[in-house]
Design a protein around this ligand. Structure first.
Ligand code: HEC
Ligand code: HEC
Ligand code: HEC
Ligand code: HEC
Ligand code: HEC
Ligand code: HEC
Ligand code: HEC
Length: 537
């Protein structure tokens, strides 16, 4: 009975999902009338930033997808024999006779720099541990995977990742990382991500209405904050991005203010250490932007629909600089400038070397006076970014997210202080409750943690953290049936939690269900083959 009703709920939710987005019409619908833009845009890295692995685009790079990671001793190989592209991995160490495979379904990244791969199992989507590095034309572990001594096959792909690289995401609401058979309906960054939903524009044109143009967003005609929000939705990272209470990763639509959906924080400038990880932040540091204000934005230099050909880039960008600067003003000796081919950006927007990391700024958008000027840096205190500042709840959450990510005691103290202050002024949403509960749990205050986790579960049935953590507390208390119930619930939201499965096996063993316990361990090893199971008591 229980199972049948939860299945019904899942079906109802996915029907809702499909019905909820009828205003999106897709790139193809724009092609007939805006053919030139359509054709040009289709060739850009943004348009090509994701898609099915089978698209043919990638065949050549797969030809040499074969390497061994020395630290773990695993060999990774991608091959297809009549069927789909499959990642095979096997241990080269005799004492570890592990081999397994995953079918790669989706790529992320145009490959200007790098390309990541995803696989889907039982509907759930994960990042593959391998990546292609285009500049060196080599295959290696994906960024961040190097530190694991085992192949890591259970990194869930959350909707926010796809929201920046793909369009019309098909996330299944009551899960962490389950998607429709196609995780997204449109490849890359679609027209409507920058122009908003197109259905009303089409309908108006088809009925001969004169207001058609006003029914689609032209970014250039928006007030500066809404205009800049369009590129910032993907090109502003800060140190940490916090989804505002009640928002989802896909609630922002072109024309909105980003700050109504996301709060984005950076370390405030004062001392000298911080990394700039996005173009929007970097540009904000330039004298050009600081002095020109709203007059200068991304599209002052970039055509959103096309990338200038390599042999016309110098002239393209010089022309952009000269719209504001008199060539004579540049104080570089003319001979030096001539030696650089009068390439303004060669000296004022130099490139750093391409690294294996993703999400770095290569071209210095701080437009320094002298090449080699170090990037401005910052201290440990967070501040809201101009385009997406937050309220006290968001700032508190930002520290909590950082505390979890970087494990710095000072962030933890700050998070606990700010979150409990926020809690005393207004009821917290589920997301904030989860982080506060986690902080209490770490400081040994289980009673508070339990109460907050229970409230979070009530408020937000799709969350998974509270079920996992509360299960752990119940297990410690010897309340095995409660732990079993909570962990089984967590596994419906993401079944690839080997540690949860390991502990669940012990709980099942404790209540006498030995067959289920052994099944559970077997399943853990299917998701994560190198998983070392806990000994059953
Ligand atoms: C049936 C033809 C047709 C289709 C299909 C169509 N458009 Fe248009 N679009 C037009 C016309 C006509 C204009 C008005 C041109 C003008 O008056 O300058 C326009 C104007 C625009 C503008 C400028 C609006 C402004 O205020 O400056 C944008 C942006 C735009 N379209 C985007 C899109 C997108 C995105 C799609 C696909 C979702 C699309 N159009 C589909 C015909 C079409
Ligand atoms: C906030 C938006 C955002 C999120 C979230 C995000 N990316 Fe990106 N990603 C970008 C942008 C913008 C670029 C290109 C410019 C840059 O490096 O800042 C990029 C670049 C990349 C590249 C290199 C592409 C190239 O140029 O060849 C890869 C690969 C990549 N991302 C993978 C991922 C994966 C995998 C995830 C999720 C696990 C992810 N990204 C999450 C915005 C995002
Ligand atoms: C990355 C964001 C982005 C994407 C994706 C995008 N556009 Fe645009 N589009 C813009 C911006 C910004 C402008 C205003 C440019 C300006 O005025 O300088 C614009 C302007 C336009 C205009 C009106 C002005 C003109 O140049 O005719 C049309 C029509 C248009 N886009 C159609 C499309 C279509 C069709 C697609 C998909 C094939 C698309 N755009 C994809 C950002 C985008
Ligand atoms: C929905 C997310 C999204 C939006 C909106 C977006 N971008 Fe991007 N942009 C990306 C991603 C992802 C990449 C990296 C593509 C890749 O290489 O895989 C990228 C790459 C770029 C690049 C580098 C292309 C190259 O030459 O390699 C430029 C320039 C750029 N974006 C400008 C803009 C501008 C200007 C806007 C606003 C008008 C904008 N983007 C809006 C996601 C986005
Ligand atoms: C929208 C107008 C605008 C554009 C476009 C623009 N700048 Fe500027 N830039 C300014 C303003 C305003 C200042 C500050 C006053 C000044 O020095 O003229 C400035 C300052 C500078 C400075 C001095 C920086 C310092 O720290 O003293 C350099 C160098 C510079 N710009 C180079 C460039 C280059 C190179 C480009 C093209 C890639 C460019 N700018 C594009 C408006 C612009
Ligand atoms: C003053 C001119 C200028 C402005 C304004 C500008 N860019 Fe750029 N951008 C460049 C140049 C020059 C390059 C290098 C292009 C190349 O070599 O292909 C570049 C490259 C990029 C790249 C490719 C990755 C990299 O770092 O080389 C991305 C992504 C990008 N810009 C995004 C943005 C976004 C987003 C904005 C607005 C916040 C923006 N740019 C504003 C001049 C500018
Ligand atoms: C060979 C490297 C080089 C090239 C190429 C170059 N610059 Fe410069 N630029 C410099 C140097 C060096 C300075 C002076 C720094 C100093 O001594 O303060 C400077 C100064 C400037 C300034 C600040 C002037 C002021 O009054 O504060 C601007 C603006 C500027 N350049 C714009 C440009 C533009 C636009 C171009 C392309 C037409 C360009 N530069 C090409 C090296 C270069």
């Amino acid at each position: 009975m229980q199972i049948a009703s939860s299945l019904l709920l899942a079906i109802a939710a996915s029907a809702l999902l499909l019905a909820a987005a009828p205003e999106w019409v897709g790139n193809k619908a724009c092609q007939a009338c805006h053919r030139e833009i359509f054709d040009a845009y289709s060739q850009t890295p943004m348009a090509l930033s994701s898609g099915p692995v089978d698209s043919g685009l990638l065949a050549e790079s797969f030809a040499h997808a074969d390497f061994t990671h020395s630290h773990s001793g695993y060999r990774y190989r991608i091959a297809r024999t009549n069927g789909p592209y499959t990642m095979h991995l096997e241990s080269t160490r005799a004492e570890l006779p592990i081999r397994t495979q995953r079918t790669l379904s989706v790529f992320i990244g145009s490959g200007s720099i790098a390309r990541s791969f995803l696989f889907q199992l039982e509907g759930f989507l994960f990042q593959a541990p391998v990546a292609y590095y285009a500049q060196k034309a080599t295959w290696d572990l994906a960024p961040g995977y190097d530190r694991y001594a085992q192949p890591f096959l259970t990194r869930p792909i959350l909707p926010a990742c796809l929201e920046c690289h793909a369009s019309q995401i098909q996330h299944q609401p009551l899960t962490q990382n389950a998607y429709g058979p196609l995780p997204f309906l449109e490849n890359g960054v679609a027209c409507e991500r920058c122009h908003g939903p197109g259905r009303a524009h089409l309908a108006a044109i088809n009925s001969g209405s004169k207001t058609a143009a006003s029914l689609i967003v032209n970014p250039a005609k928006l007030p500066p904050e809404q205009r800049d929000s369009i590129c910032a939705q993907c090109h502003l990272n800060g140190e940490v991005r916090v989804l505002r209470a009640g928002r989802t990763p896909n609630s922002y639509v072109a024309g909105d203010r980003l700050s109504d959906h996301w709060a984005i924080f950076a370390r405030s400038a004062a001392s000298r250490e911080v990394k700039v990880t996005s173009h929007m932040e970097n540009l904000a540091q330039s004298a050009c932007k600081q002095t020109s204000g709203a007059q200068l934005w991304c599209v002052t230099c970039h055509d959103p629909h096309r990338v200038p050909a390599a042999n016309s880039k110098v002239a393209w960008f010089r022309q952009k600089c000269l719209a504001c600067h008199d060539q004579q003003k540049c104080q570089a000796p003319p001979a030096l400038r001539a030696a650089k081919g009068d390439d303004c950006t060669a000296c004022h927007m130099p490139k750093s070397g391409v690294s294996d990391a993703q999400h770095v700024v290569y071209t210095n958008h701080a437009i320094p006076r002298r090449p080699g000027t170090p990037q401005p840096t910052a201290n440990n205190r967070l501040r809201g970014m101009a385009i997406a500042p937050g309220n006290p709840r968001d700032l508190a959450l930002a520290y909590a997210i950082l505390a979890q990510r970087d494990n710095k005691p000072s962030d933890k103290t700050q998070a606990l202080k700010l979150l409990s202050a926020a809690e005393s002024t207004s009821p917290l949403d589920a997301e904030a409750l989860l982080y506060l509960a986690g902080l209490y749990q770490q400081t040994g205050n289980s009673a508070r943690a339990i109460a907050l986790y229970e409230r979070a579960i009530q408020l937000h049935p799709a969350q998974l953290t509270a079920s996992v953590q509360l299960g752990a507390i119940r297990m410690q208390q010897g309340n095995y049936p409660a732990a079993i119930r909570l962990w089984k619930d967590a596994l419906t939201k993401n079944p690839a939690l080997p540690l949860v499965r390991g502990n669940l096996a012990i709980a099942l063993w404790k209540v006498g269900d030995r067959t289920a316990a052994q099944e559970m361990l077997k399943k853990a090893a299917e998701w994560q083959p190198a998983f070392v199971p806990p000994p059953l008591p």
